[in-house]
Design a protein around this ligand. Structure first.
Ligand SMILES: CC(=O)N[C@H]1[C@@H](OP(=O)(O)OP(=O)(O)OC[C@H]2O[C@@H](n3ccc(=O)[nH]c3=O)[C@H](O)[C@@H]2O)O[C@H](CO)[C@@H](O)[C@@H]1O
Ligand SMILES: C=C(OP(=O)(O)O)C(=O)O
Length: 418
């Protein structure tokens, strides 16, 4: 088990380059196995979710090679192995292998996936989507057996615009017979990235980025080259780090348009930024920061994955801020940890009030999930004294080379094995 020790109080300066998007990469890789020849994806982030997923592809006899940030996935000799080992629940996105294997072989045997515990995370909408395409599903001893004689296109209305269900249904439908329509589809930028890859592979899809996606099934898909999008959540995290403990930080390899909801909150708080299309310069460490109210929503609303990191900046605002969590009402594991560091956060059902400003102090804390980990890093950079952050494996699932990136900006960080 690794832990990170951060000496707080150092002002950060310089440039940071954002890595590829975790939530796109973990779907692009399963999508690639639908091809009959090699798919090359560039911009792959160095995170443990990619290592776990690569191991799952190896279990399927897929040839997978990584060099720098380029991943070559050759599914020519793919076998439809049962995925029932512990390796499946190391990450959330292993569930995309359900849709991909179903689309490719009309059969998938896979156990439940893992990922951050943010309260209950059902996959009923994924399964209903597969059933609408003609699949039958059996669930026994934590393993899903999903089979179809034939997959046939259908109109599927999602009760909630779920990212995972939209992508999983896309993966199952690209090779189905006829037309599938996903109504109330998720509109996140990662969906567009997956559709761009599938289209290069020969799929026929319209409407990605809107709430109606139309898929006309094709018989075969082929290899291609794809350059993936940068991580808007990592970029947002660095925007918040820069606002909280930076003097002047330039954040590069960013699509500013993906971050509009966060940028507008930072402006409301009083953070000064120069916003370009593919980079942002943040002038942080301002006094008299204003409190704000934030409500998480599906894209283009404020991302739930950024509310935990933003909470740390809100501890420095003069007055009471409110965060309402509409996607995962139990996503508040960070509050107790931040309170141990001196924050004043009152947690209620589905929301919290942050009373600021408060001085934070270094202590021993525990990442309860990935973005709680990010919040604790920001708090530790700001705190008086040294902070020990435990359960670092959560952070490594989604932040590429976070220690190196922060050290290059002037942070004092050490990683230790317990
Ligand atoms: C790997 C990945 O991309 N993870 C992201 C993805 O997770 P994930 O794909 O799991 O999130 P969803 O968009 O599916 O979930 C959103 C909401 O819908 C509910 N729901 C979802 C599916 C379902 O079948 N039934 C159901 O009730 C969930 O419990 C949750 O309340 O989107 C979330 C919301 O932006 C992000 O926080 C995660 O970082
Ligand atoms: C919740 C997250 O990830 P996952 O869905 O992979 O658990 C996240 O990226 O914040």
């Amino acid at each position: 088990m690794e832990k990170i020790i951060i000496e707080g109080g150092h002002e950060l300066n310089g440039t940071v380059v954002i890595s590829g998007a975790k939530n796109a990469a973990v779907a692009l890789i399963p999508a690639a196995i639908l091809a009959d020849s090699k798919v090359t994806i560039s911009g792959i982030p160095e995170i443990s979710d990619i290592d776990y997923l690569s191991n799952l592809l190896k279990e399927l006899n897929c040839d997978i090679k990584k060099e720098n940030n380029i991943l070559q996935i050759d599914p020519t000799n793919l076998k439809n192995t049962k995925l029932v080992k512990d390796s499946v629940d190391k990450l959330r996105a292993s569930y995309y292998l359900m849709g991909a294997l179903l689309g490719k072989f009309k059969k998938a045997i896979i156990r439940s996936s893992g990922g951050c515990y943010l309260g209950p995370r059902p996959i009923d909408l994924h399964l209903k989507g597969f059933e609408a395409l003609g699949a039958e599903i059996e669930y026994k001893d934590d393993v899903y057996i999903i089979t179809a004689k034939q997959l046939v296109g259908n109109t599927i209305y999602l009760d909630f615009a779920s990212v995972g269900a939209t992508i999983n249904i896309l993966l199952a439908a690209v090779k189905a017979q006829g037309r599938t329509i996903i109504e109330n589809a998720a509109k996140e930028p990662e969906i567009i990235d997956i559709v761009n890859l599938l289209t290069k592979m020969g799929a026929k899809i319209q409407g990605a980025g809107t709430d109606k996606i139309v898929i006309d099934g094709v018989e075969t898909l082929h290899g291609c080259y794809h350059e993936m999008i940068p991580d808007r959540i990592e970029a947002g995290t660095f925007l918040i780090i820069a606002a909280t403990v930076g003097r002047k930080i330039e954040i590069k390899n960013i699509i500013s348009h993906h971050l509009e909801a966060l940028i507008s909150k930072l402006i409301e708080i009083g953070i000064q930024m120069d916003i370009m299309e593919d980079s942002i310069i943040v002038y942080g460490r301002k006094n008299n920061l204003k409190p704000v109210n934030v409500m998480t929503e599906i894209y283009p609303g404020f991302a739930t994955d950024l509310q935990q990191p933003l909470t740390v900046l809100l501890t420095q605002c003069h007055g009471t801020s409110k965060v309402v969590e509409r996607i995962y009402p139990e996503r508040f594991g960070h509050c107790e940890q931040l309170n141990c560091m001196g924050a004043k956060i009152e947690k209620k059902e589905g929301e919290c009030n942050i009373i600021g400003p408060t001085q934070l102090y270094g202590t021993v804390v525990y990442a309860t999930d990935l973005r709680c980990g990010a919040a604790l890093i920001i708090a530790a950079l700001l705190a008086n004294g040294s902070t020990e952050i435990n359960n670092v494996y959560h952070i490594d699932r989604g932040y590429a080379n976070i220690d190196k990136k922060l050290i290059s900006l002037g942070a004092v960080i050490e990683r230790k094995i317990r």
